[in-house]
Structure formats: structure tokens, C-alpha cells
Ligand binder design. Structure first.
Ligand code: SAH
Length: 220
């Protein structure tokens, strides 16, 4: 693994610089996010057969019918989440391969990450360990329940699309907290930013997106 981190890592730095300049052309402005994405090896989160494609702006398979989110969507969701300043506690639903988790972990105080497919989360944990990112807690469970024991959260980032925003997640937001979530059925999803305000929630409908569905229950 160390060899994988170093060997390919060295040659990928330039590839990551190209990825990041593409992201800024696509409108990503937050330099902290661009720096973190430039410094985080994305290829280690994928199977070796696909690692040469790790920096292309596409969603790639990570097994179990799931995909790693494309770099643009990771950057965009992170930018929307952090637009009004640094956050302390962030809940992520859908750890997947752990790449988005790794980006968040370098920008907020603590990440709480829930994944329903155990083998994906197990791999994600080991990648974060290899990168020495330790401010992350993992839960194997159904994201619809959130993680009430650790609530409230300043931020919630959801990487799979439910048909409606889960009420439990709204309840676990701190006052002033922000949730970034794709909502809707396949082919008709919109990215939303929800802010908890005194006495309610403010909803911004942002752009059309395409995420895997938010599924019930867990898999071992
Ligand atoms: N950010 C991840 C996205 C992976 S795809 C990455 O880039 O790798 C979305 C993930 O959400 C999948 O791993 C899927 O298993 C997970 N997921 C879907 N519904 C879920 C639920 N109800 N609770 C927890 N995780 C869920």
C-alpha cells in the first residue's frame, strides 16, 4: 500500500493539478477545497484496474452497484456546505469509497459517516487510515435514521438521493446548520441546500444532479 501511495502518487500530482484547474474552470472558487483536492490521492480509493481513470470527471464503479462521485460534484457539494464558514461537526450519509469523507475530514473538525454496505465502509476506513485522517467516526447503518447520539450537526452531506428529505435528518441539524442533499427519483433529481433557521428551514433548489438512490436497510 505504501508503494501504491508513493509510486503512483508522485506521478498523479500533475494529473491532480489538471483536475483542479478543470474544477476552477467549472466554477469552483473555494481555494481551500481546491488545495485539499490537489493534495488528496483519489486513485487509492478505487480498484487498481480503474485507478488510472481516477482523475477523469466521471462517476466510476466502486462495487456493490455503487459509484464514486465525480470530482466536480464532490467539490461543488463541499463548496455549498462550507460557503458560510468552517463547520465543526459534519454528518455524511453514504461513505461509499470514502473519497468525499477524506476531503471533508481535511476541512471540518469532525466527520461522522454512515454507510449501509459494510464492505464498502470497511475499505473506506482503511483508506482514511492510510492517509492518517483520524477525525472521522464511522457507523454501519441506515442513513435514514441519522446518528442521533452525536447530533446536532452543523452540516449534513448526503451522497445518495431519497425521494424526499428524511425528517429525522432535519431534526438532527443544529440551528444555523446546513444540509446538502440530492432529492428526487432517477432522471429527475435536484441538489438542495437546506438551512435550519429559527422556527423552520430555508430550502434552495440548486441544480439538476444524478445520484444513486438512497436505499433502506443495511447489507453485510
Ligand atoms: N461519496 C461517495 C458516494 C458513494 S455512492 C463516494 O464518492 O464514494 C452513495 C453511497 O450511499 C453508496 O455507497 C450507498 O451504499 C450509500 N447509501 C445509499 N443509501 C444509503 C442509506 N440509506 N444509508 C447509508 N448509506 C446509503
Amino acid at each position: 500500500m505504501m508503494q501504491r501511495l508513493q509510486g503512483i502518487g508522485m506521478t498523479s500530482r500533475r494529473t491532480r493539478e489538471r483536475m483542479v484547474s478543470r474544477l476552477s474552470q467549472q466554477g469552483i472558487k473555494n481555494n481551500k477545497i481546491l488545495d485539499v483536492m490537489c493534495n488528496t490521492p483519489r486513485h487509492i480509493f478505487m480498484d487498481e484496474a480503474l485507478s488510472s481513470r481516477a482523475y477523469e470527471d466521471v462517476a466510476l464503479p466502486i462495487g456493490y452497484n455503487q459509484t464514486i462521485s465525480q470530482p466536480y460534484i464532490v467539490a461543488r457539494m463541499t463548496e455549498l456546505l462550507l460557503e458560510f464558514g468552517r463547520l465543526e461537526k459534519v454528518l455524511e450519509i453514504g461513505t461509499g469509497c470514502g473519497y468525499q469523507t477524506a476531503i471533508l475530514a481535511q476541512l471540518v473538525d469532525h466527520v461522522y459517516s454512515i454507510e449501509r454496505i459494510w464492505p464498502l465502509q470497511r475499505k473506506a476506513k482503511s483508506h482514511l487510515w492510510d492517509l492518517k485522517l483520524k477525525n472521522v467516526s464511522f457507523l454501519h447503518g441506515d442513513g435514514i435514521l441519522g446518528w442521533p447520539e452525536r447530533a446536532p450537526y452543523d452540516g449534513i452531506l448526503v451522497s445518495a438521493a431519497p425521494s424526499e428529505v428524511p425528517e429525522t435528518l432535519l431534526q438532527q441539524m443544529a440551528l444555523g446548520g446546513i444540509m446538502i442533499i440530492p432529492v428526487g427519483k432517477a432522471g429527475n433529481q435536484t441538489l438542495q441546500r437546506i438551512t435550519r433557521i429559527q422556527g423552520g428551514f430555508e430550502v434552495e433548489e440548486l441544480e439538476p444532479v444524478s445520484f444513486v438512490p438512497f436505499l433502506p436497510g443495511t447489507e453485510m
